[in-house]
Design a protein around this ligand. Structure first.
Ligand code: BGC
Length: 815
């Protein structure tokens, strides 16, 4: 009941700031950064004092307070020349917010679920007034913040003001350029904003940061980086194209081709740098790229096999003289061409150093998994490492690498046999690699036999498989689970849906016991058998709960605030406090969004972030966190990219594993990695049918999930809304059972995304259970009825129901 800032809030705010500093990527620095403290700055652009902390929808966090860039800079003592511009923007912003609110409230009257009215109308940052001479008077540089908001339910637009600069932004930058004011651009968006044209038209853009969306402490982190009190160490996790059309089939994405029903992944495995580097297309900023204020030398020190992995030793030295900083060492394998056409190279390992003082050196050991070199052969139903030399290129970006070592493979090595999937897509006109990009260095070194090497056959690959069986047995000794065998089957069916009693289920706010939580498991077996419920709350940028709630003193019940009330910190619907009610507070921390966190390339940081999340889960009684989100950045316009990590599955998977390990280090806290699989567009997210080859599915879209499952044993997986090759993910036995459980050994729970069974052509409730999607969330009466009928009519077997129930009971026991 105490609204004061708690010790936990303070320490998590500090951590959020530290994390934010590591997430910032410096993309350009022509002798301008860091800024001297005494230099007056013209601070301009939509996000200057309205910095966007994160995206909207379920990925939002209802935190106490955000520090904007203006506040961060002012706090640091930087003199700002553009106060008048900022004041004027404040009015425009407040006005635009009210108009937006009215629009949503009006639209909400005409839709079944008010959340849809909200999701389909993300707030658009208004234009500022044109920058004037007065705003820049005495300024030694201008910091211009370009902010964008996006969220679930709607993709970003290929328009001015979203993917492109708005007219006003362009005019302002051209004005600053004409006055020869050095410009530092800050991109405060969930993904790329196209900058190629403006860079061609100007000479005075001297610095660019991709700050992404940094959470509640972002403004402070930015100020410290601008001043050199902290040194940038982030790297892009997704390629920034020069032009949108440079990406393959980009014009077909989501709404762009007018077809929201079908999305054909004709580019196959050629996503992001896999495409750019295989087809010789130069991006604006490459994958893995990011500058520092200091310099590093990366030296290869040796390679050896290390049980089932390849160990690469590298030393990194800070060769600068002024700043301490850290560097990310990246290893890419150039793959040989054999039977299967392959991408030019792929990330196979990485590590971030500690903060190194000038002159300081650190030894880094990077372990590469055997499977990182494998490709999926559809005809053989197998992951195979084809014979040949795998070149290991080491550096600090996908574009700055040196050939250092080889992994030699004598003969084709089958790593894993997979099961045959039931569904497949007929895709025509798919992208095929037309030529091999062979750098001079590759050619020169190809014949060089002195390159250090290891023999792939020396890896001890046996024993990697088969672990899961033993772990399964351990789980089986637990007690609650035995109910799954003992109870009459019909009594167990309610478990297969979320809690249907109480507040009617609405997207994102169906929790009953913890206000603002997203949902919970069924309480049907509580009274009779003592089976407790699991409370679920969203992420991935923190824990999404209501910031405060009221409890009626007489009835001891919580006053509901509806779906719209739970969004935007209550901005859309404000309620007067009730009489005779007590107010309770749940201030959670808004950490940097998924993409920003990933830009740190720091697994330890992400693990610590997970621990912080778990502390808040414990404090507010949440058992299952509906995060991390780890879909692939297939296209920069996906509305939810900000929640996700990368275009690269190894990076996404390893970071999701790190967060999951952090969260699950606290007994009673579990993660739900989501959205499995191919949730790569938001327009018509519940109905779009993704068609892709099995190889693409496995190598790109499942691979990150596979890494996370195997490395961190997440408690749960959330299936996605979309269809994959004709079948809703929640109804797909291929995804939920064959791949995840039978092949990867996942023994947790799979839940559906919210209301996937509600649309007429949505997932079919009983088919969820049959597929191995254990729980339908948030659950409704129809789901329950449908499963019961399917059981009674013999479509759904008793064993299928018991299997889902068993896994749910196991998880409840565990948490
Ligand atoms: C989102 C999920 C989220 C769920 C619960 C859905 O709209 O797609 O990511 O976990 O709502 O809020």
């Amino acid at each position: 009941m105490n609204p004061e800032i708690s010790e936990r809030e303070k320490s998590h705010s500090s951590f959020a700031e530290l994390a934010a500093e590591e997430c910032i990527v410096l993309l350009k620095n022509e002798n301008i950064l860091p800024l001297p403290l005494f230099a007056p700055i013209a601070l301009l652009g939509s996000g200057a004092d309205k910095t966007v902390k994160g995206g909207i929808g379920s990925g939002d966090v209802n935190n106490r307070q955000n520090i904007t860039i203006y506040e961060g800079m002012a706090e640091s003592g930087i003199q700002i020349t553009s106060r008048d511009w900022l004041d004027n923007y404040e009015h425009r912003y407040q006005e635009a917010r009210l108009i937006w609110k009215e629009k949503i409230l009006e639209e909400a009257k005409h839709v079944d679920n008010p959340f849809d009215a909200y999701a389909s109308n993300p707030f658009i940052m208004p234009e500022g007034r044109p920058v004037s001479e007065k705003d820049i008077e005495g300024a030694s540089a201008a910091v211009y913040v370009i902010s964008r908001i996006s969220g679930e339910g709607k993709d970003r637009r290929l328009e001015k003001g979203d993917y492109y600069l708005s007219e006003r932004e362009e005019e302002d930058i051209l004005f600053l350029n004409s006055r020869q004011v050095p410009i530092i651009l800050l991109i405060n968006a969930g993904g790329a904003v196209e900058l190629t044209d403006i860079l061609e038209k100007t000479q005075w853009i001297k610095g660019i940061f991709n700050i992404s969306q940094l959470g509640q402490e972002g403004g402070r982190a930015v100020a410290r980086i601008l001043l050199g009190e902290a040194v940038p160490s982030g790297k892009l996790t997704t390629t920034w194209a020069k032009k949108y059309a440079d990406m393959p089939f980009a014009e077909n994405f989501s709404y762009l081709n007018g077809n929201l029903e079908l999305e054909e992944y004709k580019e196959g495995i050629y996503i992001g740098y896999r495409y750019f580097d295989s087809f010789g297309v130069k991006p604006l900023f490459p994958f893995g790229f990011g500058l520092s204020y200091t310099d590093f030398e990366i030296q290869f020190c040796g390679i050896e096999t290390d049980q089932d992995k390849i160990g690469v030793n590298v030393s990194v030295e800070n060769t600068g003289s002024r700043f301490s900083g850290s560097e990310v060492v990246q290893i890419y394998a150039v793959l040989p061409h054999g039977r299967l056409e392959k991408e030019h190279h792929r990330l196979v390992g990485y590590a971030k150093t500690n903060v190194l003082k000038p002159g300081e050196k650190q030894q880094v050991r990077i372990l590469i998994e055997g499977k990182a070199l494998a490709s999926f052969f559809e005809e053989d139903h197998a992951w195979i490492v084809e014979a040949g030399n795998y070149e290991l290129w080491i550096g600090n970006s996908s574009d700055n690498l040196k050939l250092e070592a080889l992994v030699k493979v004598n003969g084709d090595t089958v790593l894993e046999k997979t099961r045959k999937l039931e569904t497949a897509a007929e895709l025509t006109g798919v992208l095929e690699r037309s030529y091999i990009v062979n750098s001079e260095e590759t050619q020169k070194k190809a014949g060089n036999h002195d390159i250090p090497s290891v023999q792939f056959e020396d890896l001890c690959l046996t024993g990697v498989l088969g672990k899961t069986q033993k772990e399964k047995q351990e789980c089986c000794e637990k007690t609650l689970e035995s109910l799954a065998d003992e109870l009459p089957v019909e009594e167990m069916i309610p478990l297969l849906c979320g809690n249907t009693g109480g507040i009617s289920s609405n997207l994102g706010a169906a929790g009953i016991k913890v206000p603002g939580s997203a949902g919970e498991t069924s309480e049907a077996l509580y009274e009779k058998y003592g089976v407790p419920v699991l409370i679920m709350a969203d992420g991935p940028a923190g824990v999404r709960l209501q910031r405060s709630y009221e409890v009626d003193r007489k009835t001891d019940s919580v006053y509901g605030i509806g779906v719209l009330g739970s969004l935007e910190n209550g901005f859309l619907i404000t309620q007067k406090p009730h009489e005779n009610a007590d107010m309770y507070y749940q201030y959670c921390t808004a950490f940097p969004v998924g993409t920003a966190l990933a830009q740190s390339w720091n697994q330890e940081l992400l693990r610590e972030f997970g621990v912080a999340v778990a502390e808040e889960m414990e404090e507010f009684g949440v058992n299952l966190w509906l995060a991390p989100g780890m879909n692939i950045h297939r296209n920069p316009l996906c509305g939810r990219n900000f929640e996700y990590y990368s275009e690269d599955p190894l990076l996404a998977g390893s970071l999701a594993a790190a967060v999951s390990k952090g969260v699950q280090s606290k007994a009673g806290c579990g993660v739900t990695i989501k959205h499995f699989a191919c949730n790569n567009q938001e327009d018509n997210r519940m109905g779009v049918d993704v068609h892709l080859s099995e190889r693409t599915l496995r190598e790109i879209y499942c691979r990150g999930f596979e890494i996370a499952v195997k490395e961190s044993k997440p408690a749960a997986i959330m299936s996605s809304y979309n269809l994959v090759n004709g079948i809703h993910a929640a109804n797909s036995k291929d995804l939920c059972t064959t791949i995840v459980r039978n092949e990867w050994g996942f023994d947790g729970v799979i839940m559906s995304d919210w209301n996937t069974t509600v649309p007429e052509d949505g997932s079919i409730p009983w088919k969820c259970a049959a597929a191995g999607n254990d729980i339908i969330m948030p659950g409704n009466e129809n789901d329950h009825r449908n499963i019961l009928e399917a059981y009674r009519s013999g479509k759904l077997s008793e064993e299928e129901i018991r299997m889902c129930a068993r896994r749910i009971l196991q998880l409840i026991e565990k948490l």
